[in-house]
Design a protein around this ligand. Structure first.
Ligand code: MN
Ligand code: MN
Length: 455
């Protein structure tokens, strides 16, 4: 064989931006950033996704009503997860095209009795949610997002610390001058979970009573709540910063919570742009992925399959027939190769920022444990769809064998007897308070969603 011919056999990485129109990428990423800045928790994301869906002609799904091709419905699951569908022209027995991603991200949740004071400062106690490096969450402006139910059952929505002119919360760290003992500990122990306590005030109520009482009275004036109401609240401390464009070339995005809204948002946008697809297209925006997909809003909940089963019932089709012919993209981020920490990766089987969506046969840890391990047949099918639409894609594992690993919602989908492949956007500094992605990969996820839905 000639050398030139032989060289053509090599797999050449594709820089995603070469396959895209820069102005379209920039416009899409500005929309994405606007969504991100307003959607830091799953509740925020559901609320904003519903607003966008209604603008795009979706209405709440009413089980038991006839479904017509092109119909656009959504089902809100307890304000924390969302399922949407655009009904296709083919019978449902030919299956769904599902994109499943998650909209929860690592953060600090307030404990049920959070407010206390110590050393003249007011604090909230927190319990972290998801996998974090605790030392990254100190000395950082934090905002508070969530909901409180008062004694009488009335609800108040809380969003504090996002406006430029508004105060934020802040977790202190020990100054390096006297941190000899602290910095000699292993990284995972440098900051104890019980020290992740945001400072919420410093002025006492009066000569006799302290900061706690003053903060409580301020919270009552602002939100009409009393101390017992924290027990019936979900309040999350998240990084207060807005997303930013990164690099002199403006090619990347730094934002909190890109895992996994960087997949959720593009799949949502592609769904909105379906008129009358061939197959019924579905988007799942799941909660609780970061703590194992448990709970009634996590993907292990029957709620998701019930939505599909209800659609099948309305169409007079058995869900068994529909599931057998369905395909799902488990759209979750990939851990991009980080040259500064090369020792944790196997360079030849890592995904790279800017090389397009990462298609993963398997995730899991310690011998693929916990993953669904997609079959070669469905991988061939999905990658041909991407090739057909000139969507840049790559493969990639989560670091070296036995270095750790990660799971996704893919295994939950596979339990339904539905073929599923992990596809996502490469992310640097995953689970950090601010995560980094390449614009071209965000757009590739949107192109990927379109390629998937139209087939
Ligand atoms: Mn994820
Ligand atoms: Mn994650």
């Amino acid at each position: 064989m000639e050398k030139e011919q032989a060289k053509k056999l090599l797999r050449q990485p594709t820089k995603a931006f070469r396959t895209q129109e820069a102005s379209a990428v920039d416009a899409f990423c500005e929309d994405y950033r606007a969504f991100m800045d307003a959607s830091k928790t799953e509740r925020d994301a559901v609320r904003n996704a519903i607003a966008l869906a209604e603008q795009a002609g979706f209405s709440p799904y009413v089980p038991g009503s006839p479904l017509l091709p092109g119909q656009r419905v959504y089902w809100e699951n307890r304000k924390k997860s969302l399922m949407l569908a655009v009904i296709g022209s083919a019978p449902l027995s030919e299956g769904f095209r599902i994109m499943a991603s998650h909209i929860d991200s690592p953060r600090l949740d307030l404990k049920p009795t959070p407010l206390y004071e110590n050393g003249g400062l007011g604090y909230f106690k927190t319990h972290y949610y998801g996998g974090i490096k605790k030392y990254q969450w100190t000395a950082l402006p934090l905002a508070l997002h969530g909901v409180v139910y008062r004694r009488d059952g009335s609800r108040v929505d809380v969003c504090f610390g996002e406006r430029e002119d508004e105060p934020v919360l802040y977790i202190s760290d020990l100054m390096p001058h006297i941190a000899k003992d602290q910095v000699s500990k292993p990284g995972g122990e440098m900051i104890a979970g019980e020290t992740l306590n945001p400072i919420v005030g410093s002025l006492p109520f009066d000569e006799e009573d302290g900061v706690k009482l003053r903060i409580l009275s301020i919270l009552h004036e602002k939100y009409g709540i009393e101390e017992r109401d924290f027990a019936t609240a979900e309040l999350c401390a998240v990084p207060a910063q807005k997303s930013r464009i990164v690099g002199f070339d403006g090619s990347m995005i730094a934002a909190y919570g890109q895992d996994d809204k960087v997949c959720a948002y593009p799949s949502l946008r592609a769904l909105f742009e379906q008129e009358v697809p061939l197959h019924t297209c579905v988007v799942f925006l799941a909660d609780k992925e970061e703590i194992g997909s448990e709970g009634v809003t996590g993907l292990r909940s029957e709620a998701y399959a019930s939505f599909l089963r209800d659609l099948c019932a309305d169409a007079g089709v058995t869900d068994r027939a529909a599931f057998r012919n369905s395909v799902c993209l488990s759209a979750d981020v990939g851990g991009a190769y980080d040259p500064c920490y090369a020792e944790a990766y196997e360079a030849g089987n890592s995904c790279y920022l800017g090389d397009g969506v990462v298609v993963s046969k398997y995730t899991g840890s310690r011998g693929k444990g916990g993953c669904s391990d997609a079959g070669a047949e469905i991988l061939s099918c999905v990658t041909r769809l991407l090739d057909g639409d000139n969507v840049a894609w790559q493969t990639g594992e989560y670091g070296k064998v036995d270095q750790g690993g990660a799971g996704t919602v893919a295994a939950e989908i596979a339990k339904l007897g539905i073929d599923v492949v992990d596809v996502g956007v490469p992310v640097l500094s995953m689970h950090s308070p601010v995560e980094l992605t390449a614009k071209s990969d965000v757009y590739a996820m949107y192109q990927c969603s379109h390629a998937f839905f139209k087939n």
